[in-house]
Design a protein around this ligand. Structure first.
Ligand SMILES: *Cc1c(COP(=O)(O)O)cnc(C)c1O
Length: 432
């Protein structure tokens, strides 16, 4: 594969013009959209308008006149288009961690109601050891509160680890470390076959890969607004609940925004019908305005899907970008790295992770040396069971194939010149 091949792929890329919708700093190749998406050009003016006009002039009237009150639902409908859900099934609110607390608690309430005796039956929450830590921490706390056990397994132990004790299977669809993707439909079916509910975290899926929540018959899902959805740092997250559950169970954070009639100010809680009950308190309107710009930046790819289903165009380019990166790393950094991310398309998210073949400690410093050259990826520390990794996210909205070529060229130079051995690249920063 040559630089000319990459330029040809760029010339043939139907999504190439979407890059103009983003503010990308000069000299940066951004391979971290899986951690914090880039700024859509519309966002600064839109956020300024919300502040100066809707807040400054409209004041409290804007809850009605500017549509503030319905924002979680209106944005939820946009998310729904990206995750295989229907209008009215998603709300944008709170953080991923908090939404996970809500849905996992609701799912376990359902199980407790179905198996009220404190029998050992169905008292396990099953997840992956390499799941994102906040998911495991939240699950650990809920399990402790509600008398469940959190059982952690490796991905390849599924579906064998599913048994009658499992109340909820809680998985992240695309693993944040490895980029490995589960088959949502097959895994959900396997969970349902033993009577377990599923909670899917879509943090690395929404806006990154096609997701079919309803088609998969999934039960609960949550996801992140600031990664592939480009909603801005700490943007509100989202929550989806299958309609067969949405009106059935209450979530524990029963704030007034999830009330059936919040402005009746009654002393007792009555949950709103459907997913609206997953709202808690007053929503962060300025942050939601930023998220809407991000969602629109992703939905701008919709016209290119050509009847192939949501996310079809983005997915095709994402796979072509990650294929290109893998090919070039293997071609040009021969033997230095092992590919951690699955090669098989059906099992790959929109990122590529590399581990050092020599088992040495250089991964962190290599990422730092790349960042100094304007190639921004990130590092994730390993432990006894997982290697340190260099992680590169590929966002087809604003990355081209020549960017991939250049990123690998920088990596080759970091290695050849042993730049990563410099002391300044070996000092750990607070946020990695
Ligand atoms: C990024 C990420 C989160 C982030 O949760 P916050 O509440 O936004 O900090 C949660 N889960 C997974 C799987 C993630 O990748």
């Amino acid at each position: 594969m040559t630089l000319d091949d990459c330029r040809r792929l760029d010339a043939e890329d139907p999504l190439a013009a979407l890059r103009d919708r983003f503010m990308l700093p000069e000299g940066v190749i951004y391979l971290d959209g899986n951690s914090l998406g880039v700024l859509p050009k519309t966002a600064p003016a839109r956020i300024a308008e919300v502040v100066a006009k809707e807040w400054g002039e409209g004041l409290i009237r804007s809850w009605n006149s500017a549509g503030w009150f319905d924002l979680p639902q209106r944005l939820g409908d946009k998310v729904a288009r990206l995750v295989g859900a229907a209008p009215g099934e998603v709300v944008c609110t709170d953080s991923t961690s908090i939404n996970l607390y809500k849905v996992l608690f609701a799912a376990l309430s359902q199980v407790l109601l179905a198996t009220p005796d404190a029998s050992p039956q169905r008292r396990v929450v099953l997840s992956e050891r390499s799941n994102f830590p906040t998911d495991l921490y939240i699950a650990e706390s809920i399990c402790r509160e509600r008398g469940f056990t959190l059982r952690l397994i490796e991905a390849d132990e599924l579906p064998a680890a599913l048994d009658q004790q499992v109340a909820v299977l809680m998985l992240t669809h695309v693993n944040y470390r490895t980029g490995a993707m589960h088959d949502m439909k097959a895994v959900t079916a396997a969970a349902h076959a033993v009577g377990a509910l599923t909670v899917w975290d879509l943090a690395h899926s929404a806006g990154a890969v096609p997701v079919a929540l309803n088609d998969s018959e999934a039960d609960f899902a949550i996801g992140c607004g600031y990664k592939y959805l480009n909603g801005g740092p700490g943007a509100p997250a989202f929550v989806w609940v299958h309609t067969r559950h949405a009106g059935q169970f209450t979530q524990p954070l029963s704030g007034w925004w999830g009330h059936a009639a919040p402005f009746e100010f009654t002393p007792h809680y009555r949950p709103a019908p459907g997913v609206a009950r997953y709202l808690c308190g007053t929503q962060p309107i300025i942050a939601l305005a930023g998220l809407e710009c991000g969602l629109d930046s992703v939905l701008a790819a919709e016209p290119f899907d050509a009847g192939q289903g949501p996310m079809a165009a983005l997915r095709a380019k994402s796979l072509a970008l990650t294929d290109t990166f893998i090919t070039l790393v293997e071609q040009r950094c021969a033997g230095r790295f092992a590919l951690v991310t699955p090669r098989e398309h059906a099992r790959r998210g929109s990122q590529v992770c590399l581990a050092l073949n020599d088992g040495g400690p250089g991964a962190y410093a290599m990422v730092q040396a790349l960042i100094a050259r304007g190639v921004i990826g990130d590092f994730r520390a390993g432990d006894a069971q997982m290697p340190d990794i260099l992680r590169f996210g590929f966002t087809p909205l604003y990355l081209g194939f020549e960017d991939v070529w250049n990123a690998v060229e920088h990596l080759v130079q970091v290695l050849d010149r042993e730049e990563w051995k410099r002391p300044e690249f070996n000092q750990k920063l607070a946020v990695t």
